[in-house]
Design a protein around this ligand. Structure first.
Ligand code: CDV
Length: 302
């Protein structure tokens, strides 16, 4: 019997610092409703989808920092989104800033929520870019000030019988992300991102920002025979331009659907999961051809 899963990518436009959480959740629910109406069975939202991308600023006041974090998920402000998932029977992956209850750990996190509105699984961003203090000559990007590196590995969860993994923004540029998820059995990789259009450290590469967005995700999909669905937060957010280009990529490496705006937008594609085996057979029969004994440096050397 043919296997498929209809995927929606819910790109958002900018979420300004002044935006109220309740209004942002309204926007996410509206996107989820559009995704469900289009027949989607799962949706992916951006990285840090509940707030502005606050690591663009150096913030010292702990209360100001914690205002961007979620101490519980779902919490009083986000419960409505989970209720919408259960009502619409569509699960989602949502990026947010996680404050752990037990020891106050801070992670850049994505939760996978099921069609009944309950948690299926959690991923914490492994590749945390930037610095903890502003560095002269570079675009201020202080994720390392606010987040610890993820400590949950690259887990894969069963969602409606399909094996789903997650990755967050900078993770998508690293081949290890896709290979780890693939080796863990992923069939679909859901990604959320916030990517500045301009980097002060490399203005000459500005024209390549979208190419460097799609290139690693298309390569990751192709080389690991997985579907990739990636949601941007796009547009001018608190004075900083973020790229869009949200997309759904087939295991062939082809872009099957792509957002055209820098605003709230839903794209949908029915992912043929049988294509994974076809692509695996054509080029990437791991059991026959992979040579892990020759790849030791990949795991042993930074
Ligand atoms: N949110 C991110 O991880 N952004 C990075 C920036 C720092 C380049 C990215 O890889 O898009």
């Amino acid at each position: 019997m043919a296997r498929d899963l209809t995927i929606a990518v819910c790109q958002t436009g900018p979420i300004q610092k002044s935006a109220q959480r309740a209004k942002t959740v309204d926007r996410l629910i509206a996107l989820l409703e559009r995704a469900a109406a289009a027949g989607a069975e799962i949706a992916v939202f951006p990285e840090l989808a509940l707030t502005t991308f606050f690591p663009r600023w150096r913030i010292d006041d702990q209360a100001d920092i914690e205002a961007f974090f979620e101490p519980a998920m779902p919490g009083p402000q986000t419960q409505r989104l989970y209720d919408a998932a259960a009502r619409l029977k569509i699960g989602f992956a949502l990026g947010y800033a996680e404050l752990t209850r037990v020891d106050g750990g801070r992670f850049n996190t994505m939760d996978l929520v099921g069609q009944d509105g309950t948690l299926v699984g959690r991923y914490r961003k492994i590749h945390v870019p930037g610095s903890s203090e502003p560095e002269p000559g570079t675009t201020v990007h202080l994720e390392r000030r606010y987040f610890e590196p993820g400590n949950l590995g690259f887990p894969v969860f069963v969602y409606r019988g399909v094996r789903v993994g997650m990755a967050i923004c900078n993770d998508r540029r690293w081949p290890e992300t896709y290979r780890m998820l693939c080796l863990n059995g992923a069939e679909i990789v859901l990604i959320g991102y916030n990517t500045p259009l301009l980097l002060d450290e490399a203005p000459a590469l500005a024209h390549l920002r979208m190419f460097h967005n799609h290139l690693p995700m298309q390569a990751g999909a192709y080389q690991n025979t997985v579907w990739v669905a990636a949601a941007a937060k796009a547009g001018v957010e608190d004075g900083q331009a973020l790229i869009g280009g949200s997309c759904i990529i087939a295991p062939t490496g082809e872009i099957a659907a792509q957002a055209m705006s820098l605003d709230d937008e839903v794209i949908v594609h029915r992912a043929d999961l049988d294509l994974i085996a076809v692509c695996r057979k054509v080029n990437f029969d791991f059991a026959s051809y992979r040579r892990p004994d020759q790849y030791r440096l990949i795991a042993d050397q930074v």
